[in-house]
Design a protein around this ligand. Structure first.
Ligand SMILES: Nc1nc2c(ncn2[C@@H]2O[C@H](COP(=O)(O)OP(=O)(O)OP(=O)(O)O)[C@@H](O)[C@H]2O)c(=O)[nH]1
Length: 296
């Protein structure tokens, strides 16, 4: 473990005496047990930050991992910092920083290092687990979420609707005559079209809206807290954006898509929202494609 610390170093004798007095090995054992109880990153960090702030009085504890875009913090940042970079077998696992209004002593940084040595292996396992879960939910071709992720997201949304009546809309988007694109230009170009359309949809909706590849040339957009009118407006914007898709290898490929939309509007029918959106999509195909059809 490589560490860097900005805390001040005080005399070694004082450090030893205070370590013996203050370090409660029961607390350390308790933390070690807690860290072994979860493989999930957030509960692991919660347990670590909570125990650290209890054993080393501080105002904030933060875990940051820039490579993985992770930033977890408890408390409010103060001026004095004690920061450690965590590295295991040449792999950077992130950075832990504690802050408070007065400087940290060597006793405390020593304790901090002991706590971090308990964290480092569970943290590596939690990061590996988080990566594996993310990959299981990602479509390898388009790099957007896959159908397994959609099934879970829809379940969450339906539960939330049943408990709090928070409405949502679903949009099913299907590329028109995609078979012709494959047959005319080949599957590699077909794959490029799928990637370009996925990116176009992703860039046309808000970050909080979720975009999934449902399968083949079909995508689903899940719009939380969005009524049918709002969903229709966004669907039109997506439909127009898809018409602008260009593929480097052949700028003449014309891409259009049909869109079916439905909204959750009553408790009885909420589980059928996808079924209604799919029906709307078939209607859009029947009516000539390159259009949006809404079913309440
Ligand atoms: N290149 C590529 N093609 C795929 C992929 N997944 C599914 N397809 C193709 O998508 C095509 C879907 O064809 P159809 O279901 O007939 O639909 P369509 O041609 O888009 O016609 P409409 O939906 O009625 O407008 C098939 O040719 C599949 O082989 C993929 O990952 N890559």
């Amino acid at each position: 473990m490589k560490t860097t610390s900005s805390s001040k170093v005080i005399g070694i004798e004082r450090y030893r005496a205070a370590t013996e007095n203050q370090t409660d090995s029961l607390d350390i054992t308790h933390l070690a047990l807690q860290l072994q109880q979860t493989i999930e990153l957030t509960p692991l960090l919660q347990a670590f930050c909570h125990e650290t702030a209890r054993l080393i009085p501080c105002d904030s504890v933060r875990y940051k991992n820039e490579n993985r875009l992770l930033n977890y913090q408890t408390g409010e940042t103060k001026v004095h910092r004690c920061r450690y970079q965590l590295e295991l077998e040449n792999e950077l696992l992130g950075e832990i920083e504690c802050t408070r209004a007065k400087p940290f002593s060597i006793i405390e940084t020593d304790l901090m290092e002991r706590l971090l040595s308990l964290l480092i292996y569970p943290l590596r396992n939690a990061l590996l687990y988080q990566k594996a879960v993310a990959e299981a939910h990602r479509d390898p071709l388009t790099q957007i979420s896959n159908r397994a992720a959609f099934d879970e997201a829809l379940d969450r949304e339906i539960c939330s609707f049943k408990r709090h009546l928070t409405g949502f809309s679903l949009m099913v988007i299907d590329i028109d005559h995609f078979k012709n694109i494959n047959d005319t230009y080949g599957h590699i170009v077909g794959d490029s079209v799928l990637k370009a359309v996925a990116q176009k949809i992703r860039n046309t909706v808000r970050r909080s809206d979720e975009v999934f590849r449902y399968g083949g040339e079909e995508f689903v957009v899940l719009l939380s807290n969005t009524e049918l009118d709002g969903a229709k407006f966004i669907a039109e914007r997506i439909r127009r954006a898809i018409k602008q898709v260009t593929i480097n290898s052949n700028k003449n490929i014309s891409v259009t898509a049909s869109v079916g939309i439905s909204s959750a509007n009553n408790l009885k029918d909420v589980s059928d929202t996808l079924y209604h959106a799919d029906k709307a999509l078939y209607q859009a195909k029947d009516e000539g494609r390159d259009r949006v059809v809404v079913r309440p």
